[in-house]
Design a binder for this molecule. Structure first.
Ligand code: NAD
Length: 263
C-alpha cells in the first residue's frame, strides 16, 4: 500500500522531464495514485505523451488555463473519466521575458495582467471548476517561490504574482476547509526548468543558492515530489493554508557564512 493508494490525482503543468510536475508525478505514481495530466498546448504534446506512457497514465488532456472554456472542458472530461478526484496539483507559472529582467517599475500593464492571470488566477479558476468533483479528504497544491517574500533580482513580476498566489492559497484553504479539502503550497528552491530559464541571471542565482543554504545543496524535483506526497496524503490530514519550504533551509538565513581564514 502506497501513501496515495486509492487516490485520483490530476497534475497541471507538465512540460518535460525537468518539470517540477514530473517530479511530483513520479512520486505520486510510486505511492499508488491514479494519475491524470494536463498540459498547456499542442507544442508540448510530443513531450508529454511519452512521459505519461512511462507511468501508464491514460488521461492526458490539453488545457490552456487562460481559457475559461478549456478549464470547463477539462473538468468535464475528468468527471467522465475519474468520477471524482482527490488531488489537484497546479504547477503552472508564466510571465513574459520582458517582465523578468531589469527594473520592476518597467512592468507593463499587459505583462502584469498576463502573469497574474496565468500564474495566480488559474489556481483559483481550477479550484472552482474542480470543486464539484473533489472528494472530502482531498488536497489542492500549488508551487511558489521565496521571491514572493523577499526581493530576488529580475524575478520582479513573478515575485508579486507568487505573493498573490500564496495569499490565494490561504483564502482557498478557508473556502475548502468545510468540505474537508486542504489547500497548500510548496515554496521550492531554484530548479533548472524551462520556466526558470526565463528569469535573467537564473544560472548564477542557482549557483549562489547552494553556497548560501545551510545544507549547501541544491534541491531536486524528487525532493519536491516527496514533499508533495506528504502534503496530499492523509499524513497531512489537518495541514492547510501552509507555504511549505523545500529549499535546503535557504529561507532561514539572513546572511551568508563569513569566509573562513585561509580560504
Ligand atoms: N524552477 C524553479 O526554480 C521554481 C522554483 C519555485 C517554484 N517554481 C514554480 O513551479 C511551477 C512549475 O514550474 P517549473 O519550474 O516546473 O517549470 P516548467 O516550465 O516545467 O513548468 C511550467 C508549466 O506552466 C505551464 N503553463 C504556462 N502557461 C500555461 C497556460 N497558459 N496554460 C497551461 N499551462 C501553462 C507550462 O506549459 C509548463 O508546463 C511554476 O509555478 C513555477 O513558478 C519553480
Amino acid at each position: 500500500m502506497g501513501l496515495l493508494s486509492g487516490k485520483n490525482a490530476l497534475i497541471f503543468g507538465l512540460a518535460n522531464d525537468k518539470s517540477i510536475a514530473w517530479g511530483i508525478a513520479q512520486a505520486f505514481a510510486r505511492e499508488g495514485a491514479t494519475l491524470g495530466f494536463s498540459y498547456a498546448g499542442e507544442m508540448l504534446e510530443k513531450r508529454v505523451r511519452p512521459l505519461a506512457a512511462q507511468l501508464g497514465v491514460n488521461f492526458v488532456e490539453q488545457c490552456d488555463v487562460a481559457s475559461d472554456e478549456q478549464i470547463a472542458a477539462v473538468a468535464e472530461r475528468a468527471r467522465a473519466h475519474f468520477g471524482e478526484i482527490d488531488i489537484l496539483v497546479h504547477s503552472i507559472g508564466f510571465a513574459n521575458k520582458d517582465e523578468l529582467q531589469g527594473q520592476f517599475y518597467n512592468t507593463s500593464r499587459a505583462g502584469f495582467h498576463l502573469a497574474m492571470d496565468i500564474s495566480v488566477f488559474s489556481f483559483v479558476a481550477l479550484a472552482k471548476a474542480f470543486q464539484p468533483i473533489m472528494r472530502p479528504g482531498g488536497a489542492l497544491l500549488t508551487l511558489t517561490y521565496y521571491g514572493s517574500v523577499k526581493v530576488a533580482p529580475n524575478y520582479n513580476m513573478m515575485g508579486v504574482a507568487k505573493a498573490a498566489l500564496e495569499s490565494s492559497t490561504r483564502y482557498l484553504a478557508r473556502d475548502f476547509g468545510p468540505q474537508g479539502i486542504r489547500v497548500n503550497a510548496i515554496s521550492a528552491g531554484p530548479l533548472r526548468t524551462l520556466a526558470a530559464m526565463g528569469v535573467t541571471g537564473f544560472r548564477e542565482m542557482h549557483k549562489n543558492f547552494a553556497e548560501m543554504n545551510p545544507m549547501h545543496e541544491n534541491i531536486s524535483i524528487d525532493d519536491v515530489g516527496n514533499a508533495a506526497v506528504y502534503l496530499c496524503s492523509n499524513w497531512a490530514a489537518h495541514v492547510t493554508g501552509e507555504i511549505h519550504y523545500v529549499d535546503s533551509g535557504y529561507n532561514i538565513m539572513a546572511a551568508p557564512e563569513p569566509e573562513k581564514k585561509g580560504e
